[in-house]
Structures are given as structure tokens and as C-alpha cells.
Design a protein around this ligand. Structure first.
Ligand code: SF4
Ligand code: SF4
Length: 105
């Protein structure tokens, strides 16, 4: 649960001022929604980005595992989450193999 105001029509969002770019949320996301992108001014040179919000299934694994309380998931009644698909599972695997980095288009 966050004290950050939930953006409208958004399944998952990040407080980038808290994020330490640890990759944990990317590693647990089953749907390939999240990925790290280069961010030269951040602590570890990268930053989390919500890449494919429409694929979010609302499992909350990212929120529950984030050590810095930096990522938040909408309540079930506030957003109609997707169902997991084979494409989403494959994207999650591909991102993990890519060292949690955003896949090139
Ligand atoms: S788990 Fe939290 S701190 Fe780590 S990259 Fe994700 S949002 Fe940032
Ligand atoms: S709620 Fe689940 S599917 Fe959505 S971004 Fe977080 S870990 Fe991924």
C-alpha cells in the first residue's frame, strides 16, 4: 500500500526517487511488464521503466518484493488487469536473459 496518489488508468507505477535500480521487480514479474533502461544520473546507471503496462496481470509480485517501496500496483477495482499470455511469459524470459534490460525493438 502506498501513500503515493495512484495515477488514473495505470496498472503499475514507480516512485523513481526511491528506486535503487536493484532489478528485483524485473526478476519477479511474470509478464515482462518491467525492464531497466540506461539512466546515467541514477545511482546504478539504470532505472526501472514500465514497458508494457497493458500486459500487467496485477499479481503485485513487484510491489511485494521491492526492498525500497518504490513500485505500486493499482487495486483490482481500479484497473482491469490483463490475463497472462504466452507472449507475455516469453517476453519476461527474454528480459531476464537480457540481464533485466529493456529489449531492443
Ligand atoms: S525492486 Fe524497487 S528498487 Fe528495485 S528496481 Fe524495482 S522499483 Fe527499483
Ligand atoms: S503486478 Fe505482476 S505483472 Fe504487474 S508489473 Fe508487477 S509483477 Fe509484473
Amino acid at each position: 500500500m502506498s501513500n503515493v496518489v495512484a495515477p488514473e488508468s495505470t496498472p503499475v507505477w514507480v516512485d523513481t526517487s526511491r528506486c535503487k535500480a536493484c532489478d528485483v521487480c524485473v526478476s519477479v514479474c511474470p509478464a515482462g511488464v518491467l525492464a531497466m533502461v540506461p539512466a546515467p544520473n541514477s545511482t546504478l546507471g539504470s532505472m526501472i521503466e514500465v514497458e508494457t503496462p497493458a500486459a500487467c496481470i496485477g499479481c503485485r509480485d513487484c510491489e511485494l518484493h521491492c526492498p525500497d517501496f518504490a513500485i505500486y500496483v493499482a487495486e483490482r477495482g481500479e484497473y482491469k488487469f490483463a490475463r497472462i499470455t504466452d507472449d507475455a511469459k516469453q517476453r519476461a524470459e527474454d528480459i531476464k536473459k537480457n540481464h533485466y534490460r529493456k529489449l531492443s525493438a
